[in-house]
Design a protein. Structure first.
Length: 131
């Protein structure tokens, strides 16, 4: 998507409106205007990625560990009766490509599975804004 003129944006919104239930829109562009984003954010949660980021697909890269948001059961097992704020886990930056791609907000606990020589190593980390 290049810089959109008002008419183009209105046409795009008309096409996308039936899909607004999906609630997430990914845009691959270096030229998205603030006005375009304001209009699109009325219908969607919008993430803008550079074209290079869209080509590389960080979650598919062979060298990346597999990541997913931890389930409620896993979180309950980790923290027991504690408040989540007292849980001390290693941190993941909110700017990490996989975190951004998946749209996980600060505070999300992420399950990470890394291959090792003996099988897999599994760990949990928390998405943080101050890494």
């Amino acid at each position: 998507v290049d810089v959109l003129k008002k008419e183009q944006l209105e046409k795009l919104l008309a096409v996308l409106k039936p899909y607004s239930l999906l609630k997430k829109l990914f845009i691959c562009s270096n030229n998205v205007t603030a006005a375009s984003l304001v209009s699109l954010k009325k219908l969607f949660s919008v993430e803008v990625f550079s074209p290079v980021m869209c080509l590389l697909r960080p979650e598919k890269h062979v060298g990346q560990p597999k990541m997913r948001a931890a389930s409620r059961a896993e979180v309950n097992e980790l923290i027991g009766e504690q408040e989540e704020s007292s849980l001390e886990l290693c941190k993941l930056s909110q700017h990490d490509p996989q975190i951004k791609f998946n749209g996980w907000p600060v505070g999300t606990i992420v399950h990470i599975k890394r291959p090792t020589q003996d099988g897999f190593q599994e760990e949990f980390r928390i998405v943080s804004g101050d890494v």
